[in-house]
Design a protein around this ligand. Structure first.
Ligand code: C2E
Ligand code: MG
Ligand code: MG
Ligand code: MG
Length: 288
């Protein structure tokens, strides 16, 4: 009996796996179509200066409006795009679009674009970026490329060379989702980062979890001593904004300031909220 049940469980498991890979193949085919049919969009989320609540930048985030499924989450389709190699044309499109959009902004702030390892590996990132800076007229210092720690996992120097060359031309580099991977401090020496983005898993609990708060403080202090900016990701409440400012982060991003919006809805006016004062910041700290 046990054996039969075991076999049955295995069959169910097998069927589930099969359904999942079927779904992936379908999405991959749809994604190919989406590129051809212009169903991909870039939305933008503003990044706030925590000291004066001015808009200090905006991050470009891919959106896929699927004809039957509606919006598909990047967390679902980006991995498929990476494994299939489709991220190379999609990423090049995103860079082109972001450069063109940002060149039309009324303010002198950078646009941030996410870059996957596969674009460094199989793509021609250096040529794509240089070409689009030229055609859009966007100054190199107004483009920021966000990479995650995964680019260091393979320990392949060649992967980093396009980023180093682009930085040499003035393009800014940001280390995204810091704290989620190995977060080896040595990574900060392997590329000339201008910014560290502290992952939102540390920001969410910052008001209640003293360890999360300590990590944010430590990273912000380290960054400052290396002359690197820090963005706190996923700020949803005024209390979190106060605390990350008190911890030493100079920039913040999250639903408190703005959700990602279509380009035409991007608003460059000052963001709502209070300016941090030392007393106000202390009021939000978890009890010692
Ligand atoms: P990411 O680069 O870390 O982007 C930040 C994500 O956090 C975005 O999710 C954003 O919508 C979300 N977010 C912003 N503020 C808040 C907040 O206050 N609370 C919460 N809970 N979430 C917030 P999104 O747009 O779903 O993108 C997910 C990931 O997909 C991105 O994470 C990035 O890794 C990837 N991605 C998006 N666009 C691109 C792209 O053009 N190229 C590549 N290679 N990856 C991209
Ligand atoms: Mg990012
Ligand atoms: Mg991030
Ligand atoms: Mg992320």
């Amino acid at each position: 009996k046990v054996k039969a049940e075991g076999k049955n469980a295995f069959r169910i498991f097998d069927a589930a796996l099969e359904a999942e890979s079927q779904e992936r193949r379908e999405l991959e085919a749809d994604l190919r179509e989406a590129i051809a049919r212009n169903q991909l969009e870039l939305h933008y989320q503003t990044i706030a200066s925590l000291t004066d609540r001015r808009v200090a930048g905006a991050e470009a985030l891919l959106r896929w409006r699927h004809p039957r499924r509606g919006f598909v989450s990047p967390d679902l389709f980006i991995p498929i795009a990476e494994e299939s190699g489709l991220i190379v044309p999609i990423g090049a499109w995103a860079i082109a679009r972001a450069c063109r959009d940002a060149a039309s902004w009324p303010v002198d702030i950078p646009v941030s674009v996410n870059v996957s390892t596969a674009q460094l590996d199989r793509g021609d990132l250096f040529a794509v970026v240089m070409e689009n800076l030229k055609t859009s007229g966007l100054p190199a210092r107004r483009l920021e490329l966000e990479v995650t720690e995964t680019i260091f996992l393979r320990d392949d120097e060649a992967l980093l060379s396009d980023l180093r060359r682009l930085h040499g031309h003035g393009v800014r580099l940001a280390l995204d989702d810091f704290g989620t991977g190995y977060s080896a401090l040595g990574y900060l020496r392997r590329l000339p980062f201008d910014k560290i983005k502290i992952d939102r898993s540390f920001i969410g609990p910052i008001g209640t979890d003293t360890q999360a708060a300590a990590v944010v403080c430590a990273v912000a202090n380290l960054a400052r001593s290396l002359d690197i900016e820090t963005t706190a990701e996923g700020i949803e409440t005024e209390a979190q904004a106060m605390l990350v400012a008190a911890a030493g982060c100079n920039l913040g991003q999250g639903f408190l300031f703005s959700s990602p919006v279509p380009h035409r809805n991007l608003d460059f006016r000052s963001l709502p909220g209070d300016l941090p004062t030392p007393a106000a910041s202390r009021a939000h700290l978890p009890p010692a």
